[in-house]
Design a protein around this ligand. Structure first.
Ligand code: MN
Ligand code: MN
Length: 467
C-alpha cells in the first residue's frame, strides 16, 4: 500500500461524507420532526405549548404538581405562556451544579400596534411595529399569517391563528410597483421600505350595515363573530404577523431546510429532543436543565426574557423540593453550572463572501458550531467563554464523535451580535455558544443544513450526559 492510499484510508471524513446511509436516514427522520415543530410553533406562545406537549409525552410534570424531587424526576415550569424551563434531576446533589442548554423561542416578525385598524384606499389595514432585527423590504408581498392572543377586560383570552390552514385567507404588506419606483429605488436599501409602510391588508368588502368606515366595520364584525372581540380589545392583544409559508426541505437532495423562525427553533428543537430522549434513557449524573427563553430578539428583557429572575425561582424550587436548604445554595448551584447557549450563527454564504473571514467562518454541512466569543467591534458586549471551559466542551464532543466547527460571526468590524450567553455567565455559570449555522438569518425564510441540525442534537445529548 503506498503512502497516499494509506492516508486516504485513515483520513476521517466529516459532514455528509462521514454519514453512511443509516445515519442519513436518521438525519432525515429527525428533521421531519423538526419541520413539524417549525410549522406547529411559529410564535413563542405556540412553541411553549408544543414544548410542554412533547415534554409531558416524555414523562415530565409541571413542578407545581410535584411534592418532592429525587434523582430521575422530570419537571418543567412555564413562565407566563412564553418561556419554559425543564429539568431532569441527576444523581449528584444539585449544588454540585447542572448541565444546561438554553435556546430562545421568539423570532423576528411584525407585531400589530395597539390601535392597529384603519381604513384607507378602499381597504382595511393594520399598523405594525416590527419585532427584532429585520430587513424591512423582505416582509412585503409575502403571505402572512396572524397568530397570537386577545386578552379582554373581562379576563377571557381568545387565541388567534389565521392564515396557516390551506383554506384560510392570508394577509399582505404591499410594495410599490417597479414602474413607479424611481425614487424608492434610489434610496438606501434600509430606507426603501420605512417601518410605517409595513401596513397589513386585512379587508376590502364594505359592510352592509355600517354608514361610514364600511370596510373597517366588516373586519370588526368578523372579529366579533370569530373571537367575540371589539376594537378596543386590540389594546390588550398580542397579535404577531409571521410568514404563512410552511417549512420545507431545501434542494433537490433535501439536504437543507427552509422555513420561518429557525433562529432559534433550529437549536430549541434539538435541545428539546436531547432533553426528552436523555430522560427516557435513565438518570443522568448531573442534573440536566433546558431553557426556552422569550424576548431574546429584543434584548432578553422583561419577565419572560432570560434576564428574568423567574429562572432562579425555578432553581430555588428544584433546591427546595430536593430538600436542600442553605443560604448560599442557589449561588453555589449557579457557579458550579455548565451551560451551552444554543443559538444560531451566520453560515458562510458564497454569494456574500465579502463579510466573512474564511478561517473563522462556519459552513453549512460541517457540523454544529461553537463560538468562543460573540460581541461587536472589539468584542464589545461579548460573552467570552473561558479557554479551560471551551477545552472541556471540546473534550466531550471529541469523545462522543461530534462533528463541530469553530467560528465567529463575520469579519471584525463588519457587525456582530449576541445571545443569552452573557446573562447565564453573569449568574456565574461557565457558558459556551454552541448552535447551528444558518443562511438569511432573521429573514422570513431562513435555511440550515439537516446535517448540522442533527449534529446539534447529538452534541446537546453528549453535553447533557457529561459529568
Ligand atoms: Mn437567536
Ligand atoms: Mn436572532
Amino acid at each position: 500500500m503506498d503512502k497516499k492510499t494509506k492516508m486516504e484510508k485513515t483520513e476521517k471524513k466529516y459532514g455528509w461524507k462521514g454519514a453512511d446511509s443509516k445515519m442519513k436516514k436518521k438525519i432525515m427522520k429527525f428533521c421531519d420532526g423538526y419541520i413539524d415543530f417549525l410549522n406547529a410553533a411559529k410564535t413563542e406562545r405556540e412553541a411553549a405549548i408544543e414544548i410542554v406537549r412533547i415534554a409531558r409525552e416524555a414523562g415530565f410534570k409541571d413542578i407545581k404538581e410535584v411534592e418532592s424531587l429525587v434523582p430521575g424526576s422530570r419537571v418543567y415550569s412555564v413562565n407566563r405562556s412564553k418561556s419554559v424551563y425543564m429539568a431532569v434531576v441527576g444523581e449528584d446533589v444539585l449544588t454540585e451544579g447542572f448541565n444546561l442548554v438554553g435556546a430562545h423561542i421568539d423570532s423576528p416578525r411584525l407585531d400589530l400596534k395597539q390601535n392597529p385598524l384603519y381604513e384607507d384606499g378602499n381597504m382595511a389595514l393594520l399598523k405594525t411595529h416590527y419585532y427584532g432585527g429585520i430587513k424591512k423590504y423582505q416582509w412585503t408581498t409575502i403571505p402572512l399569517a396572524l397568530h397570537g392572543v386577545v386578552a379582554k377586560a373581562d379576563g377571557s383570552v381568545a387565541t388567534v391563528n389565521i392564515g396557516e390552514d390551506e383554506k384560510d385567507p392570508v394577509f399582505l404588506v404591499t410594495d410599490l410597483l417597479p414602474h413607479l419606483s424611481a425614487k424608492q429605488n434610489a434610496k438606501k436599501l434600509a430606507e426603501g421600505v420605512p417601518a410605517e409602510n409595513l401596513n397589513i391588508v386585512i379587508g376590502s368588502i364594505p359592510s352592509e350595515s355600517a354608514e361610514e368606515e364600511n370596510i373597517k366595520s366588516t373586519v370588526l364584525e368578523l372579529l366579533a363573530e370569530k373571537y367575540a372581540m371589539k376594537e378596543e380589545d386590540f389594546k390588550s392583544a398580542e397579535l404577531e404577523a409571521v410568514p404563512a409559508a410552511k417549512a420545507r426541505s431545501l434542494g433537490i437532495d433535501g439536504g437543507m431546510i427552509a422555513g420561518y423562525g429557525q433562529d432559534d427553533r433550529v437549536c430549541a428543537y434539538p435541545e428539546l429532543m436531547a432533553m426528552t430522549e436523555m430522560a427516557k434513557k435513565g438518570i443522568p449524573k448531573r442534573t440536566s436543565l433546558a431553557i426556552f427563553a422569550d424576548k431574546e430578539e429584543i434584548g432578553s428583557m422583561g419577565n419572560t426574557g432570560m434576564s428574568s429572575h423567574n429562572f432562579e425561582l425555578f432553581l430555588m424550587e428544584l433546591l427546595e423540593k430536593s430538600g436542600i436548604v442553605h443560604p448560599y445554595a442557589l449561588q453555589r448551584t449557579l457557579s458550579h453550572a455548565r451551560a451551552l447557549s444554543a443559538d444560531v450563527t451566520a453560515a458562510f454564504d458564497p454569494t456574500y463572501a465579502e463579510v466573512m473571514e474564511k478561517n473563522n467562518a462556519s459552513w453549512v454541512g460541517k457540523g454544529v458550531n461553537i463560538k468562543k466569543y460573540t460581541g461587536t467591534r472589539g468584542k464589545s458586549g461579548a460573552s467570552d467563554a473561558n479557554a479551560e471551559y471551551v477545552g472541556f466542551v471540546r473534550g466531550i464532543f471529541e469523545k462522543a464523535g461530534i462533528v463541530y466547527q469553530s467560528s465567529e460571526m463575520g469579519k471584525v468590524d463588519e457587525g456582530g451580535g449576541g445571545t443569552i450567553a452573557y446573562i447565564l455567565a453573569d449568574r456565574g455559570m461557565e457558558v459556551l455558544d454552541c448552535g447551528v449555522p444558518v443562511h438569511s438569518m432573521h429573514s422570513p425564510y431562513e435555511s440550515a443544513s439537516k446535517y448540522d441540525i442533527y449534529m446539534a442534537y447529538l452534541a446537546y445529548t453528549a453535553f447533557y450526559e457529561s459529568f
